[in-house]
Design a protein around this ligand. Structure first.
Ligand SMILES: [Zn+2]
Length: 253
C-alpha cells in the first residue's frame, strides 16, 4: 500500500506537530494535516478517514476539509472511529458551536458527513483494505489501526504509552510489512511522557521488545522542539530498521 506522511512532526516545515497519513490517495489515517497538505483536487479524492482519538493534532483539519469541499458535486465523507471518539467528535467538534453539524447538512437525508462507529478488533473493509481498530494506552480513549491488503499489512499505534493488546494483534498479523509508532519526548522528560500517555526513546526500546516480527519501525510524533535530541537518543539505541518518518515522503509498504 502507498502511505504518504502528510503530517508526522518529522521535519522543520509547516505542519510538524500534526499527525496525518494518506493511504492509497483516498483514505486518511488521522486528520491533523489533511486540508493543509493536499490541493483542493486531492482533498476531493479523500472519501474515508480513520480517526485514532479526539486530540486536535489528530483531528484539527477535519472541519476545513469538509468546509472546503462541501459544495463539490458528489462530495461525501465518512469518518470512522471507536464509539468514545465518535461521541467526542459529535459533542465537541461537530456540535453546531465549534463547527456546524455536517452530519445533518445540507439535510438529514443526504448529509455530506457520516460518523461511523466501529468496534475494536472487528474487521471491516474500505476500498479493499481490511482494517481493525485496537485499543492502545493514551490519556484519552485511543485506537491504533491495523491495515491489510493482499500484499501486506501495516500497524499504526497512534499516540500511546506502554501498551499490550496492540502488540499481541500486531504479532498475529500475517504479512506484516511495517509498524508506525510514536516517540514524543526525550528521555529527560519521561515523567511527562508517563502522565500524558506517550513514549521516550528508552520507553520505546522496552516497548519494541514486545514486537516479535522483524519489520521496519517508523517513528512519528516527536515534539518539534525536541526533535534533534529525540533523533540522537533513538540512534543511540542502535535498533536496526528504526526510522524517523519524514513529512511529505511517500512510503510503499
Ligand atoms: Zn494524543
Amino acid at each position: 500500500m502507498k502511505l504518504k506522511a502528510l503530517g508526522c512532526y518529522g521535519g522543520n516545515i509547516p505542519g510538524h506537530g500534526m499527525t496525518s497519513f494518506l493511504v492509497n490517495d483516498t483514505l486518511a489515517l488521522d486528520a491533523g494535516w489533511v486540508s493543509n497538505a493536499l490541493s483542493l483536487r486531492q482533498q476531493e479524492r479523500v472519501k474515508d478517514i480513520l480517526i485514532s482519538h479526539s486530540h486536535l493534532d489528530h483531528t484539527c483539519t477535519l472541519p476545513f476539509l469538509i468546509d472546503n469541499n462541501f459544495t463539490a458535486p458528489g462530495f461525501a465523507l465518512r469518518i470512522y472511529s471507536i464509539p468514545e471518539v465518535v461521541a467526542s467528535m459529535r459533542n465537541h467538534l461537530f456540535n453546531n458551536q465549534t463547527w456546524p453539524d455536517f452530519t445533518s447538512l445540507p439535510n438529514d437525508m443526504t448529509p455530506v458527513l457520516k460518523l461511523v462507529e466501529i468496534q475494536p478488533e472487528e474487521p471491516f473493509v474500505i476500498n479493499g483494505l481490511k482494517i481493525r481498530a485496537v485499543h492502545v494506552s493514551h490519556s484519552v480513549p485511543t485506537a491504533g489501526y491495523i491495515l491489510e491488503d493482499k500484499k501486506g499489512a501495516v500497524a499504526f499505534s497512534s499516540d500511546t504509552g506502554p501498551t499490550h493488546r496492540f502488540w499481541e494483534i500486531t504479532n498475529q498479523t500475517k504479512k506484516l510489512k511495517a509498524v508506525i509508532t510514536e516517540c514524543s519526548f526525550p528521555n529527560e522528560l519521561r515523567e511527562l511522557a508517563k502522565v500524558s500517555g506517550h513514549m521516550t526513546p528508552w520507553m520505546l526500546e522496552l516497548e519494541l521488545k514486545k514486537l516479535k516480527k522483524d519489520v521496519p519501525v517508523y517513528i512519528y510524533g516527536c515534539k518539534p522542539k525536541h526533535l534533534g535530541i529525540i533523533k540522537r537518543e533513538l540512534k543511540a539505541l542502535k535498533i536496526r530498521n528504526l526510522h524517523v518518518m519524514v513529512q511529505g515522503r511517500t512510503y510503499n509498504l
